[in-house]
Ligand binder design. Structure first.
Ligand code: ADP
Ligand code: MG
Length: 361
């Protein structure tokens, strides 16, 4: 096993730079998820760790070896892709055994490793004899994982391994991967565009945007303290409401563009009085209040009842920008109703309107 170190990693295709200097230390046994929208550079970064792409600048080490100039096969990593790339004419057993045969392992060793991986992944003898065509999507995904496990690598690299599966199976396989990583304790880097997958799987997340790291941290850290507007809007579902606002002259209220205002923690933002900001209000942090000291009036446009909770889409005052509020349970609300809403001061996020960076408080 081994940790992975990225130092100033840059990638350019011709004159176009797509990764702009990534620094990250992934601890031995850690599960790091790289998450970001399509095209932000996730696969490129992962492929550079794997050795499938040349690094334009910077340094990557695995364990105590700098691997910049090592071939993929010399890096002691195993990669699992979105399209499982199984050999169609080979049995499941041979799909898992093949890489080991090529490396010249003894037949008995190969058998031990394949059987052990099969056991971990609940692939029984019947399945081991089948060819990939005779498997469900979830089983194929498990074989692809098995092929990685038998190599006993010092790190796993995953590139959107679940995106070909239907929603239900994706949730199930997500749990299996998490359990597997917990049990094997192998350093893993996992790429996905799905923030829910990222939140549930990772010990830490790297949020990547346009080839730049926006933030690295534990899932809850990113949820509670997003460092930038991008992270704020990306992490959490439904997404955080981001509203144009201004910090009041006393620094103790945030004035929303619709005309209402909410109380801020006393004294915390005094230095930012009068500043133009973007206020971040999570849908799940709104509550219906009677207190008229800190209230914004939500004009209801559309109500969605989901059973466990109710999503209310509406707008504040004369502001036409739409926002979403999530209330627990089933709420009988009507369009055009006006709800007095508030958010606890310590749950209000404030970002500089120009830089998009979280305001220090
Ligand atoms: N071989 C290539 N040549 C030129 N540009 C590429 C190549 N591979 C990827 N890119 C570009 O690099 C950027 C990042 O791509 P990629 O890492 O695949 O994104 P992601 O995996 O996050 O969707 C994209 O703008 C993509 O068009
Ligand atoms: Mg990709």
């Amino acid at each position: 096993m081994a940790g992975i170190n990225l130092r100033g990693v840059v990638k350019a295709y011709g004159k176009t730079q797509v990764i702009h200097g990534v620094d990250c230390t992934i601890a031995d046994g850690e599960f790091l998820v790289i998450v970001g929208p399509s095209g932000c550079g996730k696969s490129t970064l992962l492929r550079m760790i794997a050795g499938l792409e040349i690094i334009t600048d910077g340094e990557i080490s695995i364990g105590d070896r700098v691997v910049n100039d090592l071939e993929p096969a010399e890096r002691d990593i195993a990669m699992v892709f979105q399209n499982y790339a199984l050999y169609p004419h080979m049995t499941v057993y041979n799909n898992m055994a093949y890489g080991l045969k090529i490396r010249g392992l003894a037949k008995a060793d190969i058998d031990t490793r394949v059987r052990k991986a099969a056991e971990i992944l609940a692939l029984d003898d019947d399945l081991l004899r089948r060819t990939p065509r005779q498997l469900s999507g979830g089983q194929r995904q498990r074989v692809a994982m098995g092929r990685a496990i038998v190599r006993q690598p010092s790190a796993f690299l995953f590139d959107e391994p679940l995106s070909n599966l239907d929603a239900k199976l994706r949730v199930q396989m997500r749990l299996e991967i998490k359990k597997l990583q917990q049990n094997l304790g192998i350093t893993s880097v996992y790429v996905t565009h799905d923030q829910v997958e990222a939140m549930t799987l990772g010990h830490r997340l790297m949020v990547l945007n346009g080839g730049v790291v926006e933030q690295i941290g534990a899932p809850i850290e990113l949820y509670e303290h997003p460092a930038t507007l991008f992270v704020a809007g990306f992490i959490g579902s439904p997404a955080m409401n981001l509203l144009p606002a201004r910090i009041g002259d006393g620094g103790d209220r945030v004035e929303l563009s619709g005309g209402d205002s909410l109380a801020l923690p006393p004294g915390r933002f005094a230095a930012h009085a009068g500043q133009t900001v973007t206020a971040g209000l999570r849908p799940e942090h709104f509550e219906i209040v009677t207190d008229d000291q800190s209230v914004a009036r939500l004009a209801v446009d559309v109500v969605e009842q989901l059973g466990a909770d109710t999503l209310v889409h509406g707008h504040f005052g004369n502001d036409r920008g739409s926002l979403t509020v999530r209330l627990n349970g089933t709420q009988n609300l009507q369009a055009r109703q006006v709800l007095p809403m508030s958010v606890r001061p310590e749950l209000i996020h404030l970002f500089d309107a120009d830089s998009g960076r979280r305001l220090e408080s």
